[in-house]
Design a protein around this ligand. Structure first.
Ligand code: URA
Length: 253
């Protein structure tokens, strides 16, 4: 609900941003024009006609103008890239190797959210939203990442159990992981740490070195139709869902 005085709307909305300010930021005109839009009952929050002065949480509330959902923020862009092997996840490379930034638009400037090794393929998010980047990459938020690893040999039950329970690496034991083997020599691993070369080192540690590694999911975000080297913008619904996946700012206890 959009009424700030409506106690059923809870404290969350009281901490939100004034609706007319959000609309102005999203390009609907001056603050005065946006106030008129609200007074003309053309704006809804979560399906309810909005009133002037209402506060909204742009990560959680659905705001529409004339029935069309407004964007998250005109200042932020979110690209999902299917990174091919042989491309580095740094802004520039001293060895002149191709970088992920060369595969997405140069303006506005974005940064990769976390990193994939040069030889790792799959989903990589790039954005200029520093807050979301922090929450996805900081280990305390425990965001899930899923990988498909083609490994040498056929890991047996013992190896899979070790991967699930935690394996000893030189920077400490890994947290419990979800691990399945959909076919011989193939592992699906879901981890939520994000240490350097973690999946490769885990598989090395149980005697089944990785031959090919593909990231297939970041939190709720997946896309099996995106071709290697291609990118697309996240939909508003995907950004909202990601915001829900990672929470609004406090690390997990
Ligand atoms: N684990 C790895 O070993 N490499 C990656 O690129 C990502 C996770």
């Amino acid at each position: 609900m959009s009424d700030p005085d409506d106690s059923s709307s809870g404290d969350r909305l009281k901490e939100g941003e004034r609706l007319q300010k959000v609309l102005a930021r999203c390009g609907f005109g001056s603050r005065r024009v946006c106030e008129d839009l609200i007074e003309d009952e053309r704006v809804r929050v979560n399906g309810h006609i909005a009133i002037l002065g209402a506060r909204v949480d742009t990560a959680a509330d659905v705001v529409t103008v004339d029935g069309t959902e407004i964007g998250i923020s005109p200042d932020f862009v979110y690209y999902l890239l299917n990174k091919p092997a042989g491309v580095v996840t740094t802004a520039t490379d001293t060895h002149d190797r191709p970088t992920v930034l060369q595969l997405v638009p140069t303006e506005p400037r974005v940064h990769p959210v976390g990193r994939l090794d040069m030889d790792t393929e799959g989903l990589l998010l790039l954005t200029n939203d520093g807050s979301l980047t922090h929450r996805i990459t900081h280990p305390s938020f425990g965001v899930e990442k899923e990988y498909l690893a083609q490994v040498s040999g056929t890991p047996g039950r013992g190896a899979i159990r070790r991967l699930r329970d935690g394996v000893e690496l030189d920077d400490g034991i890994t947290a419990p992981a979800r691990v399945a083997s959909p076919s011989p020599g193939l592992l699906r691993l879901v981890i939520h740490e994000g240490r350097n070369r973690q999946v490769r080192r885990m598989c090395d540690a149980v005697g089944h070195p990785v031959q090919r590694l593909v990231r297939t999911r970041i939190a709720s975000l997946s896309d099996s139709t995106l071709a290697p080297g291609k990118w697309r913008e996240l939909t508003t619904a995907e950004v909202r869902q990601l915001e829900r996946d990672v929470g609004s700012g406090s690390p997990r206890a």
